[in-house]
Design a protein around this ligand. Structure first.
Ligand SMILES: Nc1ncnc2c1ncn2[C@@H]1O[C@H](COP(=O)(O)OP(=O)(O)OP(=O)(O)O)[C@@H](O)[C@H]1O
Length: 291
């Protein structure tokens, strides 16, 4: 698990300003890497820039500086053929299983579309090949073979997310950007989908860049964790270390924000959290950052 797959170096992303105003910088020199077969968790609260970073890896964000290298090649300077191959090797699973699947397509169509799109001239798969592939993909995400004939609306949120994962697996990627893939699911469904992510990784060796606002979710899956705060990485390293014994006050705050069932412990955590918030506010004030 040592070979580097993705290298993000000093990445700056700026969105265009409103009404010809100055561009808005949302990532301020972010560096991290993902190795083959590992999960890197990217955690931070709303607006910290997690989705933007995931989109940048997919070539969908306005990069203003730094670089993103995949397999050693800068994704900003790829030939057409390399770009096509990259589009196969990096896939994405989005947060919302209700809007990420075309409601008019059967599950078989959803799962064969990426395969058809990759074939020369978009040639359709033979009926037998498509059937085999769909059965295999459904099996990988533990859905029954008969699911192929049905429409997305016939499935629960958790099942839809399994279908989205199967679609991402169709092209046998090396990296999947998972953008809050369990946030829309209830807790027990979350646990089952997270177990599925892990099982797929063990079997296929796929790597994940796993974006979540929830430290508990990230902890469950990640070998290494990066904590993003206002567009900067404030903590980055071993998953257990960052999620259980964080050094940065912001990560400590995120950890304390995760609910615990026991009321006394919860009260203690709330007090700790307020203390940390106050420290952070004072530090920000001293650094001249507007809250
Ligand atoms: N297309 C865009 N144009 C302008 N600003 C944007 C655009 N997309 C995101 N932003 C801004 O960039 C910042 C980071 O947003 P981003 O969605 O990456 O954060 P996030 O950590 O994923 O938050 P959330 O969990 O709420 O999605 C926010 O201030 C957001 O308003």
């Amino acid at each position: 698990m040592t070979e580097r797959l993705l290298d993000i170096d000093d990445l700056v992303v700026e969105y265009p300003g409103r009404r010809r105003g100055a561009p808005v910088r949302v990532l301020h020199g972010v560096s991290l890497d993902v190795r083959r077969g590992e999960t890197v968790g990217l955690v931070g609260e709303s607006g910290s820039g997690k989705t933007t970073l995931g989109r940048a890896v997919l070539g969908l964000a306005p990069v203003a500086g730094g670089s993103i290298r995949y397999g050693g090649r800068d994704i900003a300077h790829l030939s057409r053929t390399e770009r096509r191959s990259l589009a196969t090797e990096i896939q994405v699973v989005f947060q919302d299983p209700y809007s990420s699947l075309n409601p008019a397509m059967t599950i078989e169509q959803v799962l064969t579309e990426p395969l058809t799109a990759r074939r020369a001239g978009g040639a359709a798969l033979s009926r037998a090949d498509a059937g085999r592939r769909v059965r295999d993909l459904l099996d990988q995400v533990h859905l029954p073979a008969g699911a192929g004939d049905r429409l997305p609306r016939e499935f629960s949120g958790g099942q839809r997310q399994r279908i989205a994962i199967a679609r991402a697996l169709a092209l046998e990627p090396r990296l999947i950007v998972c953008d809050e893939p369990v946030s829309a699911l209830d807790l027990s469904t979350q646990a089952r989908v997270l177990a599925l992510f892990r099982e797929i990784q063990e079997r296929t060796g796929v790597a994940y860049l796993f974006v979540s606002h929830d430290l508990a979710v990230v902890r469950h899956l990640s070998h290494r964790v990066a904590v993003l705060y206002r567009g900067e990485i404030v903590e980055w390293g071993d998953g257990d270390q960052v999620t259980s014994r964080p050094e940065h006050p912001y990560t400590q705050r995120l950890l304390l924000a995760a609910p615990v069932p026991e009321p006394v412990a919860q009260e203690q955590r709330r007090a700790d959290r307020h203390r940390l918030l106050e420290t952070q506010r004072q530090q920000d004030e001293q650094a001249g950052v507007l809250a």
